[in-house]
Design a protein around this ligand. Structure first.
Ligand SMILES: [Mn+2]
Length: 334
């Protein structure tokens, strides 16, 4: 049985479902959870949505966003728990998932087969694409509310249709979602032109610390910056893009000081360096060009560690590029 059908089978057989995604949910996590909830409701199922962290401000006006339960534990009887873009239950930071029938739907390169049913599509531009396909396969009509949630997920997870992997297929999906009632201009306004002021103040502080060394750039945010700007965790979102956005920079890091001596890292790449692999080596995950993980503090030590790792990855990439060029030269000569 194909994985999509296996998921559909679990959905058809069950009556009550819990749906969750990773902690610190992004646009794909929130949009896909909401659309998945609407799909299940349309099939006459009972569904509860869970998140270990609050829904970020910019996604709070999505249809039914208020139905996402901000909780530390999944409680109650469910026939299955559906985990969207997680590589295990730990990624949800929710308790109470152990021992349940888990349905794993993921599009990350760092996927793992932890569920009773595992549906993995590394080529999907967002997990929302998979929820969309599931909806189609279930014969459920995509309502304007669902289309709005799914389009928001696709828009944000492709970096506004900028990231690698944004192909004709992604635009085809966007087109279908717009036909189903998603309004691109309105959604863009909610996502990109509704920033809270503290986010901008925090960005200002972070940019004063922007450093560059060849193809590597990095910046950091201290706990004090956060307090001064009256910023919250979600306001750190996107700051790393200013570092990877520099001409000639191929790898970028944002370090964010957390409490309890932990440092949260956001990694970006626009060259050959695979940041998902680097993130995974520190217990994190993500995609080839965008990943994240958490290191032990203090900030200086974490910075040294990650910069050294990325420098080595850049060097290794150089060696590989040279080797490829050399073998091409040899072939030409031979
Ligand atoms: Mn995603």
């Amino acid at each position: 049985m194909r994985s999509l059908e296996a998921v559909l089978e679990v959905v058809r057989r069950g009556r009550r479902f819990a749906v969750c995604s990773h902690a610190r949910p992004d646009g794909d996590a929130v949009g896909s959870m909401l659309a998945c909830g609407m799909l299940l409701a349309a099939l006459g199922k009972l569904v509860e949505l869970y998140s270990a962290d609050p829904v970020p401000q910019i996604y709070r006006r999505l249809p039914c966003a208020e139905t996402i339960r901000w909780a530390s534990r999944v409680e109650g009887e469910y026939d299955a728990a559906i985990l969207l873009e997680c590589d295990g239950t730990a990624r949800t930071r929710l308790e109470g998932l152990e021992g349940r029938v888990l349905v794993n739907i993921d599009h990350h390169a760092s996927w793992k087969k932890f569920g009773a049913v595992n549906w993995i599509e590394e080529d999907a531009c967002a997990v929302a694409e998979m929820v969309y396909r599931l909806t189609r396969a279930a014969g459920v009509a995509v309502t304007p509310a669902m289309a709005t949630c799914l389009y928001t997920a696709v828009l944000t997870d492709t970096g506004s249709f900028c990231y690698e992997g944004t192909d004709a297929h992604a635009f085809e999906l966007a087109r279908e979602l717009v036909q189903c009632g998603a309004n691109p201009a309105e959604i863009a306004r909610e996502v990109y032109f509704s920033n809270p002021l503290p986010k901008m103040v925090l960005l200002g502080a972070a940019l004063t610390r922007l450093r560059r060394e060849g193809r590597l750039a990095w910046l950091w945010v201290t706990d004090e910056d956060m307090m001064r700007a009256e910023a919250s965790e979600e306001d750190c979102e996107g700051i790393v893009n200013y570092a990877i956005g520099i001409a000639g920079v191929e790898a970028a890091v944002l370090l964010r000081e957390l409490r309890h001596e932990k440092i949260r890292l956001s990694l970006r790449s626009k060259g050959g360096v695979d940041v998902a692999r680097i993130a995974a080596s520190f217990g994190g995950g993500g995609h080839r060009h965008a990943g994240g993980c958490t290191l032990e503090g203090p900030l200086d030590a974490a910075m040294e560690k990650i910069l050294e790792t990325v420098r080595r990855a850049l060097e290794k990439e150089d060696t590989q590029v040279q080797a490829r060029a050399e073998s091409r030269r040899m072939n030409l000569l031979g």
